[in-house]
Design a protein around this ligand. Structure first.
Ligand SMILES: Cc1cc2nc3c(=O)[nH]c(=O)nc-3n(C[C@H](O)[C@H](O)[C@H](O)COP(=O)(O)OP(=O)(O)OC[C@H]3O[C@@H](n4cnc5c(N)ncnc54)[C@H](O)[C@@H]3O)c2cc1C
Length: 401
């Protein structure tokens, strides 16, 4: 008799695990609490689904033990990933920074073809079906669903993390893990916008290309360059998402985090000083705000001018210009929070990877119990690395279960 595999979660990881396990002859049943398969996949990559990246490295992954990913991402590398999707009918095309998308540029293609492949292989889906609890049973496992129990010889917990509850995110996976004695590394939101203590309403909507540093004890612990968007609540944009993990981690034990933004990262201090000194010669009694306008976004010019005691650009002497250069290259803010799981793309923290076999993804504490995807204490950078982790870990389970 073929082995029965119960997969909790019809997300990225559960679907790949279902396909691979079914291909190997397992009888696969997938339980999903949403009414739709792959709801989160549909929302990925702004509806285009950034499936993977041309370059997948251990350094793209984070958690208490990032090396845990090595076997899975070596086994299911970018080429294997491309072949897997090509075999089910999805060709990938490259966008910026090595990001790979379905050629249709529609995330629905990914969900449609993963679903079709599952159905062709006889995978059974149970939608609107929330698994409430899982316990070991003489037949393997009993899954509590509604008032009844379902039985399976093995179980994969592919319930994802806490990011975006509107897409189905829940803490179920952590609860299931704990009920089998697993520990869960404390979770926090990552790839998320930041809230600042300063009122930034006046510059809300201003987008710059700048450099951002996250400081801990006055030392830069993360930095990146890219889009920075000022908002009513604080900061958004790709550069902010990139450093948000570092901020979230510090905020676990602190009330605020120092942020330093270089508004003119394209110029060195000396270059900026030369440019401003030249402009100062032609100040024509302009207010500082108007003098800055034209060189910097008008809203930002007004906002920054208010922060100085210089009213008129005619008053700019060498000392004042040096002060101004410092201010433009060190625009200081304090992050007091992230926008949290409701806005985050991913969850940092999760099921302790020390308690899971990195080859098979089977629990070291309970035979027949498996974990894959975001529920584990692994999260990744923006750029297709999180979905890659979901596929790669699901694939490893599929060939092992
Ligand atoms: C807006 C957004 C955009 C993103 N864009 C990208 C991107 O372009 N590229 C990228 O690499 N990553 C992206 N990510 C991250 C990526 O989507 C996730 O890391 C990935 O989907 C995780 O896969 P998973 O299978 O572990 O979990 P999920 O895809 O979240 O699937 C878990 C499933 O389990 C179900 N479930 C949970 N609890 C239960 C229960 N008790 N019973 C039954 N079912 C349950 C959930 O409803 C869900 O369908 C994005 C995330 C978000 C929120």
């Amino acid at each position: 008799m073929s082995k029965t595999v119960a997969i909790v979660g019809a997300g990225a990881s559960g679907l790949v695990a279902a396909i691979v396990a079914a291909k190997r002859g397992a009888r696969v049943k997938v339980y999903e609490k949403n009414s739709k398969i792959g709801k989160k996949i549909l929302a990925t990559g702004n509806g285009r689904c950034n499936v993977t990246n041309q370059t997948i490295k251990t350094s793209n992954y984070h958690g208490s033990n990032p090396k845990f990913v090595n076997i899975a991402i070596y086994r299911f590398n970018t080429q294997v990933c491309k072949n897997f999707f090509s075999e089910i009918g999805i060709e990938l095309v490259e966008g910026q920074e090595g990001r790979l998308y379905p050629k249709s540029l529609h995330s629905s293609s990914v969900v449609n073809l993963l679903t079709y492949e599952c159905e062709m292989l006889g995978v059974e889906f149970f939608l609107d079906t929330k698994v409430e609890a899982i316990e070991a049973d003489i037949r393997g496992f009993a899954l509590h669903v509604g008032d009844g129990k379902l039985f399976s010889s093995s179980v994969l917990i592919a319930t994802g993390g806490l990011a975006m509850p509107t897409l189905g995110a829940s803490a179920s996976g952590y609860e299931f893990a704990k009920s089998f004695g697993h520990t869960v590394v404390s979770t926090f939101a990552s790839l998320v916008q930041l809230e600042c203590n300063e009122n930034l309403k006046e510059i809300s909507g201003v987008k710059i290309q700048g450099n951002i540093e996250v400081l801990s004890d006055k030392r830069a612990v993360a930095s990146t360059q890219g889009d920075i968007l000022f908002t009513n609540y604080g900061l958004s944009g790709s550069a902010i998402l990139d450093v948000s993990r570092a901020v979230g981690k510090i905020l676990q034990n602190a009330d605020e985090v120092d942020i330093n933004i270089d508004l003119f990262s394209e110029y060195s201090k000396e270059q900026l000083k030369t440019i401003l000194s030249k402009r100062a010669k032609n100040s024509n009694s302009k207010s500082l705000s108007l003098w800055l306008d034209g060189f910097i976004n008008p809203k930002l010019a007004k906002f920054l001018a208010k922060k100085t005691d210089i009213k008129n650009a005619d008053d700019l002497n060498t000392k004042e210009i040096v002060r101004l250069v410092y201010m433009l290259k060190n625009f200081k803010l304090k992050a007091v929070g992230t926008r949290g799981f409701k806005s985050a793309e991913v969850t940092a923290g999760g099921v302790n990877t020390d308690e899971v076999n990195p080859k098979t993804f089977e629990s070291k504490l309970q035979s027949g119990l498996y974990f894959s995807g975001e529920v584990l204490d692994i999260d990744a950078d923006c750029g297709g690395y999180n979905l890659h982790w979901a596929w790669a870990s699901g694939y490893s389970v599929g060939i092992s279960i």
